[in-house]
Design a protein around this ligand. Structure first.
Ligand SMILES: Cc1cc2nc3c(=O)[nH]c(=O)nc-3n(C[C@H](O)[C@H](O)[C@H](O)COP(=O)(O)O)c2cc1C
Length: 485
């Protein structure tokens, strides 16, 4: 019987998620846009199941693709080893202070090097390497190609310290399957490593895993502080070290239980046209660029490997829920650490990709408190990249409900007085509003959707039933009304 403690790869994760009724299998989909479109339809459902694609057109039965791995509270709670019966709020509460603890404890879990592992069941050398031997999807209709790396972990090292980094940087299949471009945005830790290797050695070693315990996607795709190895951070989540093998060519680690992995070197002048790709903003906003490309030196894979897909796109997308929960907990922790009192809750809404729209609930304690919460949130390191709106609401408003947040804006914000803007703030190359060639600044707004401080006592009463009356009617007609809240 698999329990949370037994999960050490994607297969044991799937077994447990399957037992909980959280996985649906789909047969006969085509890698060319159908897997992507079916996944997209699934993300739009409330609390979508994970989708496991098998019998993919043109590929052997057993060569599978998984999407929506962490698109609800149950599977994200399972992945973070926090429990499988938490709702959105309870998950954020359970997660609060954990990212800081995991970072602090990471050093106690150095990776455990093992001589071999399931990932070495099949090893292909450069001459025969073909990434298209796997059912790599063309995810969106207007993508520039097939992306093997979406739910991936790309491993690099700091040549000076040897510290390992894992980042989820998308990888597009190039050169008929013999190469893959690695799209690392400037400013990411992997980009600094590659730059440093180029300066010292003229090339940068890289390994990448394309199917693993989704926990590795969370740690690779989340801003873990520089200098901390994401694999050690994952070890701190698990309470035991992660097993790795060494790549035969580069010597860099590869998770021993990975489904599919590659290794090779990046060279400063080895680039291929990459993109366009449906981005997390919901647009093909990154365009096409010449991007560093890895000629594949080795492919390692298990028998009947499972590709972990995590395509972004117009939200809700594959990992927008994961991003929302991780960001909400990290921002709430950081906000409380500033010393700001009265923080009742934070939610990073999926509609803004977990970055652009943040709602913060505060129990107003003094004049200026609401604006202070808004300004601080908008510039916290955990929140600043690509934030557009911070909406501050009173403690009686549920920050996780888009409807309640918008209602508070409609009824407690005076647009002429209560919207503050900031300029030349930290934007992104993928912002659809950025003019071609312009520096990636953005502007942002703090929307004060709290009752005005000087009218707190006299502000009209909210027209909704009190908790006691509501509870009474819910208990009286549970079948009709859905039971007590
Ligand atoms: C599924 C997924 C895909 C991502 N794709 C990219 C990408 O193509 N390029 C990029 O720079 N960041 C991408 N990100 C964001 C980075 O993974 C994230 O910022 C992470 O913190 C980077 O690691 P680092 O902080 O060690 O650099 C993606 C995140 C996820 C979850």
């Amino acid at each position: 019987m698999t329990s949370l403690d037994d999960i050490d790869d994607l297969r044991s994760w799937l077994e447990l998620a399957g037992k909980l009724g959280e996985v649906t299998t789909i047969g006969g989909a085509h890698w060319d846009k159908e897997i992507g479109a079916a996944s997209e339809a699934n993300y739009r459902r409330p609390s979508p199941p994970a989708l496991l694609f098998d019998d993919i057109v043109g590929y052997r039965s057993g060569q599978r693709v998984l999407t929506a791995s962490m698109s609800n509270a149950r599977r994200l709670g399972l992945t973070l080893r926090l429990g499988t019966d938490l709702d959105d709020r309870a998950l954020v509460e359970a997660l609060r202070s954990k990212p800081g603890e995991w970072a602090a404890n990471a050093g106690r879990y150095p990776v455990r090097e093992v001589p071999t592992g399931p990932v070495k069941e099949n090893v292909t050398a450069a001459g025969e390497a073909d990434l298209l031997a796997f059912p790599v999807p063309q995810w969106h209709e207007a993508d520039g190609g097939r992306y093997i790396g979406t739910g991936c972990a790309v491993f690099t090292t700091d040549p000076a310290t040897g510290v390992l980094n894992a980042g989820a940087y998308r990888m597009q299949v190039q050169n008929g399957g013999r190469a893959a471009s690695v799209n690392i945005e400037a400013g990411k830790h992997g980009a600094a490593h590659v730059r440093e290797w180029f300066a010292r050695e003229g090339r940068a070693p890289v390994t990448a895993s394309f199917g693993h315990d989704p926990l590795l996607l969370v740690v690779a795709g989340t801003e873990v502080p520089a200098g901390i190895s994401e694999l050690e951070y994952a070890g701190a989540v698990l309470g035991r070290p992660v097993d790795v093998i060494r790549g035969e060519v580069t010597g860099l680690p590869i998770p021993a239980t990975a489904e599919i992995a590659v290794e090779g070197w990046l060279y400063p002048d080895r680039r291929e046209q990459e993109g366009p790709f449906g981005e997390w903003t919901g647009y093909y906003s990154g365009g096409t660029e010449a991007v560093l490309t890895l000629d594949v030196e080795r492919i390692y894979h298990r028998d009947d490997p499972i590709l972990l897909g995590a395509p972004p796109g117009k939200p809700p997308h594959d990992y927008s829920y994961m991003r929302s929960v991780m960001k909400s907990a990290m921002i709430q922790d950081a906000l409380i650490q500033t010393g700001l009192p009265g923080v009742e809750g934070v939610w990073a809404h999926e509609a803004g990709g977990g970055r652009q729209l943040l709602a913060v609930a505060v129990d107003q304690r003094y004049a200026g408190h609401a604006r202070q919460a808004g300004y601080l949130t908008a510039q916290l390191p955990a929140a600043a990249y690509m934030n557009k709106f911070v909406v501050v609401v009173d403690a009686d408003v549920n920050p996780r409900s888009l409807s309640d947040v918008v209602w508070a804006m409609c009824t407690r914000t005076d647009p002429a007085d209560d919207i503050e803007t900031m300029r030349q703030t930290w934007g992104s190359r993928v912002d659809p509003l950025r003019e071609k060639g312009a520096a990636p600044f953005n502007t942002r707004a703090v929307i004060d959707a709290c009752r005005p401080w000087n009218r707190l006592a006299s502000f009209p009463k909210v027209a909704e039933s009190g908790a006691e009356l509501m509870d009474r009617v819910m208990r009286r007609w549970p079948d009709v009304l859905g039971g007590p809240r």
